[in-house]
Ligand binder design. Structure first.
Ligand code: ME8
Length: 520
């Protein structure tokens, strides 16, 4: 049985519609999940919505509806975005679901049994926007003396009876975790930031609220609902079968398991300080890695509703194509760094790499075969240059795989693109259109080499542009079970030729995109 691999995105607050930052996170995670499936791993990939908390309660109140109504409506947009962007999630979790309430109560009871929860009184600064408590020393002052969190959001002085989690007891254990498992927090810059924060000392964490009731009830404590982050983080366990499905837990949430959380840089603290402390307290295994990706900026500027520059990812996907958007985001942004997007950058990237380079390579080769050989697959007669080209493509596959294992999709795509360039240089140098008259056998050998190379390029890039890659492989007659990295160099081409497969007239995959004049 293949080895399990668990990967998750953050679960989004459905207090508004999804924006391009949400799309970016699920696309990147999807590419990694698809890649791991191609490596024959038994992948569990979860995403979803984080529906409790004061922010949801307040947004619903402002709209004059119940929080559940707001959650139902907005969560459906997130799910539709996932489906529209071809996200291959195994579960779309909603924290309002009953099994999630059970899991949250179970982890609570486990932390309580370990002596880490006590009842007290919370007096301090709370940001509804971040759903986070802050120390006085972390705050800055904004306009009119308004205190602001390190994220620049307003904080309010809050006084409430509250349950506390003994986070202070976990300082050393957390520091030991970061030193013992140096890859736990990635990239390294985020790791250093968190180490410094924890070294500065940890206060106990307020983990329940009494001022509203939209949340998971604290077991045995009337009037208390859990602090939204306690239940939000627990979503990862819920999907892995906690607490009752021990067989599922043993597969997807086991000690030493390959478990990766992909999240944005603003919530690294929750995932690398609070979350491992909760898990240690409940005596549960820890994830292997938390990867904090960067933020997506609109032409270099932060997106905000007031600036009116929040892009709707589905609108971009409809205008430019799902795979074009996926390709742009994964190739343009170095995973871990901030990145910028704009309509013209999407158009430029898609035209240069997909339409002019890869698409054109496939189109001119396949239509040449369809026309000049009536779709019969050309006969190989390899010379050194042909072998060299296939070797270049096979090496690109290796580099692509290594980079994806390292969660570096843009590096993976660069390697792929270099191989595409090599194929285009080869076709120009070999000039099969000239060979057609002078040396038909050599023409066939060149086309056969290209046929293999193009199929390999399509196989390699599947995690990034799954629909286009599989449409191309369909056209080329490459069977579903042969679409993995092991197929590269496996002799499938000879078998396909022998089967008598006939190539039809190829349909273009990547139309050249144009920007309307007012945007150009
Ligand atoms: O933080 N660019 O939800 P959320 C890239 N519910 N990523 C961005 C982004 C941007 N401009 N803006 C946000 C929450 N994100 C919690 C998570 S997990 C147990 C609970 C990322 O809807 C953000 O960093 O505010 C986070 O990873 C995800 O989108 C959801 O953000």
């Amino acid at each position: 049985m293949s080895k399990p691999y668990t990967i998750t995105t953050a679960i989004s607050y459905p207090n508004g519609r999804p924006h391009i930052g949400h799309a970016y996170e699920v696309i990147a995670t999807d590419a990694i999940a698809r890649f791991q499936r191609m490596m024959d791993r038994d992948v569990f990939f979860q995403t979803g919505t984080d529906e409790h908390g004061l922010k949801m309660a307040q947004t619903a109140r402002n709209r004059g509806i119940e929080p559940r109504e707001l959650a139902d409506e907005m969560s459906s947009y997130f799910k539709a975005m996932n489906d529209g962007l071809n996200i291959s999630y195994d579960r779309f979790i909603r924290t309002s679901e009953p099994d999630h309430h059970s899991a949250s109560q179970a982890i609570w009871q486990a932390m309580e049994a370990n002596g880490d929860l006590y009842l007290g009184r919370y007096e301090g600064w709370y940001s509804v926007r971040d759903e986070a408590f802050y120390d006085e020393k972390e705050l800055t002052e904004g306009e009119g003396g308004q205190k602001l969190s390190p994220q620049g959001t307003p904080v309010e002085w809050t006084v409430e009876e509250s349950w506390f989690f003994r986070l202070s007891a976990y300082q050393q254990k957390l520091l030991d975790l970061y030193t013992g498992q140096p890859d736990f927090i990635q990239p390294d810059s985020r790791r250093n930031e968190i180490m410094r924060f924890v070294e500065g000392g940890l206060s106990d964490l307020s983990v329940s609220r009494t001022s509203f009731d939209w949340g998971v009830k604290v077991p045995g404590s009337d009037g208390h609902v859990m602090y939204v982050w306690v239940d939000a983080l627990t979503n990862y366990l819920t999907g892995c079968g906690y607490p009752d499905d021990l067989e599922r837990m043993a597969r997807y949430w086991a000690e030493g398991g390959d478990i990766t959380h992909v999240i944005g840089k603003d919530i690294v603290r929750f995932h690398t300080v609070y979350w491992p402390a909760f898990l240690m307290s409940a005596k549960l295994p820890l994830p292997k890695q938390v990867f904090g990706h960067g933020f997506l900026l609109n032409r270099g500027e932060k997106m905000s509703k007031s600036l009116g520059n929040v892009a709707d990812p589905m609108e971009l996907a409809e205008r430019f194509g799902v795979d074009q958007l996926r390709y742009f985001l994964l190739s343009e942004v170095t995973f871990g760094n901030d990145g910028s997007y704009s309509a013209e950058a999407i158009v430029t990237r898609s035209n240069s790499d997909l339409a002019n380079s890869f698409g054109n390579l496939a189109q001119r080769t396949l239509s040449f075969i369809a026309k000049n050989l009536e779709g019969r697959l050309p006969e190989p007669a390899p010379q050194e240059v042909d072998g060299d080209l296939l070797k270049t493509v096979a090496e690109a596959a290796q580099t692509f795989q290594a980079a994806m294992v390292d969660l570096a999709p843009s590096t993976a795509i660069e390697a792929w693109m270099r191989a595409v360039f090599a194929c285009n240089a080869y076709i120009d140098a070999q000039a099969p259109w000239t060979l057609r008259k002078t040396d038909p056998a050599r023409m066939e050998a060149v086309l056969a080499t290209l046929y293999e190379a193009i199929a390999h390029l399509a196989i390699i890039v599947q995690p990034v542009i799954p629909a286009s890659a599989s449409a191309l492989l369909d056209q080329m007659g490459v069977a579903g079970e042969g679409r993995n990295y092991a197929a590269i160099g496996s002799g499938w081409y000879a078998a396909l030729r022998a089967s008598g497969f006939v190539l039809g007239a190829p349909k273009p995959l990547f139309p050249r995109l144009e920007l309307p004049a007012e945007e150009a």
